[in-house]
Every structure is written in C-alpha cells, then in structure tokens.
Write a protein that binds this ligand. Structure first.
Ligand SMILES: [Zn+2]
Length: 83
C-alpha cells in the first residue's frame, strides 16, 4: 500500500484526504535531535526531523543521486512532487 505525505495526499486524493504520513503529527512526537524515517510515494520524502530550536527539516533525495539533503518546510512545500 502506497503512502503519501501531507504535501502529496491532497494532490493524489483531494484536499480533505488525511495523509498517511502526517508531517506535523510526526514532528510533534519527536524530541530535538530525533528523526523519523518515512517513505512517501509521491515526493520521495525520506525522513522528518526535529533539529535545534524545534526546527522542522525534511529529508529528500537529491536529484543527482541517492544521497539525501535536509530542507526546510517552505522549500519542501514549494517543490512540486513528480506524481
Ligand atoms: Zn510526499
């Protein structure tokens, strides 16, 4: 069963669809310095992390390989998923 994140679920299924991977809900369960690995089938979101000062960062694969980079929420939500 494919899973989709907060960004991709509304694109896939409509605006009121609750995401399988609820980014803010998962973020709330994390302590600073922790991250939760996830796999979004839409945007390939790989992990949700809580960094210093309760900063939310999202791990996404780089386009040039299979390494990931951590990006902030604004950057994440403005990148269009390939779905
Ligand atoms: Zn996604």
């Amino acid at each position: 069963m494919a899973e989709f994140c907060t960004k991709c679920a509304p694109i896939m299924f409509g605006d009121n669809t609750p995401p399988d991977i609820d980014i803010n809900k998962i973020f709330d369960t994390l302590n600073v310095g922790e991250y939760m690995p996830v796999i979004c089938e839409g945007c390939c979101l790989a992990a949700i992390g809580k960094f210093e000062n309760n900063t939310l960062l999202l791990a996404v694969p780089k386009s040039d390989g299979d390494r990931i980079s951590w990006i902030d929420e604004n950057t994440f939500y403005t990148q269009k998923p390939n779905i």
